[in-house]
Design a protein around this ligand. Sequence first.
Ligand code: NAD
Length: 321
Amino acid sequence: MIIVPEKEIATLLGRTESYDAVEQVFAAMAAGDAYNFPVVREAIGHANALYGFKGGFDRAGMTLGLKAGGYWPNNLETHGLINHQSTVFLFDPDTGRVRAVVGGNLLTALRTAAASSVSINHLARKDAKVIGMVGAGHQATYQLRAALEQRSFEKVIGWNLHPEMLPNIANIASEAGLRFEAVELPGMVEADVIITITSSFAPILMSDHVSNGTHVACMGTDTVGKQEVGVDLITRATVFTDEVAQSITLGECQHVVAEGSKTEADIRQIGEVINGTHPGRQTDEEVTLFDGTGVGLQDLAVAGAVVDLAVERGIAIEVDF
Ligand code: NAD
């Protein structure tokens, strides 16, 4: 069995490798070569923790396994650890033997940023110049860095419920040599691409905050009850997702489907666009929207890439198990 500790991930996996792994697995999902298992997520009744599993099998990439982990709200204060904790376990699809244990914390941030990047690459207008960020927490910094590589952006605009957090994303813009401007939500009409990445339980970004031709990547809603954008915006947009089943149950589309203004059939997998079986954006006026719910196969894809790199570079820890 191979172990790749959390501390090695940053030196092994960059944004390019994460992008490639996630794009490939989205393509495999849409081709019917890869599928996710039902998600388990439970309040364990201890330490206020939410714990669960996301797993799947990718026959194209021969990756089988699961990510186990969740959210421990008191970790930072009480233990000096980050609140989100996860570990990926990979198994040999031919025998069922455990193949690898991989630290999953940074991987989660990288694979989530890769997902919105894949959506921007395939759905945003080629001439996109202004990117808008709704959210400025931990994940927002990864989202923005990865997104900036997809188009020749000239300016970053941002809104956050807690304005004192905006320097997190302003610093990323500045590192990239771009102007940053804090805006109110109606100011988002200037953006050609918008990423929402908050832990909101009520709509923030509404249809009249978004101009025609914009691509919106909704990345924060990964749980029943969460919501970042108005049903009016989703109703107006051409909607794509990582996995339709997750999108309508725990993703941003749970609300539009419950309200009845879109059905499951109106929501397409981003993998179809990658595979060329769906045209994706068809006009410069269309609003496209990606509901990135976060699937287990994304975690397995980046973990598989890490294991290969760790073995290649001689830093994988091998254990006789
Ligand atoms: P964080 O705690 O670092 O940041 C939270 C962000 O949400 C901040 O910008 C904060 O100001 C904002 N926020 C908090 N309460 C809000 C409210 N009521 N209304 C509007 N904004 C509010 O968290 P993070 O690690 O950046 O994660 C952000 C979200 O992304 C979480 O909901 C998390 O579950 C989700 N997430 C999704 C995926 C995925 O694959 N889709 C992966 C990782 C994280």
